[in-house]
Design a protein around this ligand. Structure first.
Ligand SMILES: Cc1cc2nc3c(=O)[nH]c(=O)nc-3n(C[C@H](O)[C@H](O)[C@H](O)COP(=O)(O)OP(=O)(O)OC[C@H]3O[C@@H](n4cnc5c(N)ncnc54)[C@H](O)[C@@H]3O)c2cc1C
Ligand code: FES
Length: 363
């Protein structure tokens, strides 16, 4: 039944699945199927880790084989990966690093251990072939445009290498005829998980220039680095950058000064600086937990954590919706846009919502 539901007979069996699911409510049918085989779910997508490499200290390369319903990813997009640690499911965003169009059967992720980080440390330490994780569909606007630009400049820093690595691999696979520059910033060369591959690509292709900059000895992004790898950067170039805010800001300044700021595309792994708020007042009531705390003006996720609660979260930047909870009453402010919301009994994202005065939230 499980195999047939995802094959051509699936159209016939889907109503039966729904019926079965209704009969066993409140437990979704996936909860039962996963007891037999964690990959056999019909609604949720799962992926089995089939290969694990640890190319550098503090990072892991995972090759995943998703279940059939997974629809693939464009180079530069991200997926959400869910793992169970000590009985609790945690979800985080990761950018697949493989070239597109690639087989839907394989997803490569490179995870860098975040200092004190729960999921990244767990994966770097514990991931092994055979483990099954949750996998979301791919999302995100940070992708190579269609049709392709005439020239492409890729800039990354630290773990921000992952989406631009997918882009350079894609362009190489496509035999992209235009000029490509790849500029990556790392504290030391020993931290770069794909150093050999990038160096070899740079040497093998006339149209691809690769420069890996060690910040510990060569400093941060400057005009010389950028022009050294892409002396031709101009009106025909599109520039893609992923990395720390300081890198993105420095690149924007350089491109703006040259009149190419509009051609820059960014991906950020962290929340953009929040819109400043006025002084905080009132109290936050975490209704389900019975906890009340003075409003500090921080996001509801941070205030919940400061109060000793552990609401679920994924990206902490408003893109994955893992932290959604119902606001029962009060006014909240979206820290990314500054917009305020007064309506009661509305779902809100805790990680980008700050209370304005008294707020009651179902956490
Ligand atoms: C679009 C996108 C793509 C990404 N792609 C990649 C990728 O390809 N590779 C990669 O390695 N990473 C990637 N990341 C980052 C990744 O999603 C995780 O954020 C990272 O792995 C850290 O997760 P963690 O569970 O280890 O850390 P967490 O345990 O979530 O901690 C991370 C930080 O969150 C804060 N925090 C956590 N708990 C608390 C608390 N109780 N109180 C206050 N602050 C707290 C702290 O600042 C902490 O340092 C991506 C992120 C995004 C948004
Ligand atoms: S944690 Fe991802 S939207 Fe809030």
């Amino acid at each position: 039944m499980i195999m047939t539901a995802s094959s051509s007979g699936g159209a016939v069996l889907r109503p039966l699945t729904s019926l079965f699911e209704a009969l066993v409510t409140p437990h979704a049918v996936d909860r039962y199927l996963e007891l037999l085989d964690p990959m056999a779910t019909v609604r949720e997508v799962r992926a089995r880790i089939v290969r694990v490499m640890r190319p550098t200290e503090g990072s892991v390369v995972l090759e995943l084989r998703p279940s059939r319903r997974w629809r693939g990813a464009e180079a530069g997009q991200f997926v959400q990966v869910g793992v169970v640690i000590d009985g609790v499911r945690h979800t985080r965003c990761y950018s697949p690093t493989g070239a597109r169009p690639a087989s839907r059967d394989a997803v490569e992720l490179i995870v860098r251990a975040h200092p004190g980080g729960l999921v990244s440390q767990y994966l770097v330490r514990e991931a092994r072939a055979g483990m099954v994780v949750d996998l979301s569909s791919a999302a995100g606007e940070f992708v190579l445009p269609e049709p392709r630009p005439r020239e492409v400049v890729l800039v990354s820093g630290g773990s921000g290498i992952t989406p631009v690595l997918a882009m350079v691999r894609t362009l190489v696979r496509e035999e992209f005829p235009g000029r490509i520059a790849f500029l990556h910033y790392t504290r030391t060369l020993a931290d770069v998980p794909v150093l050999g591959e990038l160096s070899a690509l740079g040497e093998a292709r006339d149209n691809l220039a690769v420069r890996i900059v060690e910040t510990s000895t060569e400093g941060r992004l400057c005009r010389e680095h950028l022009r050294g790898v892409a002396p031709w950067l101009g009106a025909d170039s599109e520039v893609f950058v992923c990395g720390p805010d300081a890198l993105t800001d420095a690149l924007r300044e350089l491109l703006d000064a040259d009149g190419f700021g509009e051609q820059m595309h960014t991906e950020c792994f962290r929340l953009v600086p929040p819109v400043p708020a006025g002084p905080a007042d009132g109290a936050v009531s975490f209704a389900r937990s019975g906890v009340v705390a003075a409003n500090t003006g921080a996001t509801l996720l941070e205030q919940a954590e400061a109060a000793g609660l552990q609401p679920e979260y994924g990206c902490r930047m408003g893109i994955c919706f893992s932290c959604t909870a119902v606001k029962r009453s009060g006014r909240t402010r979206n820290v990314r846009t500054g917009d305020t919301h007064d309506d009661p009994d509305q779902p809100i994202q805790l990680c980008i919502s700050a209370p304005v005065g008294d707020v009651e939230i179902d956490v």
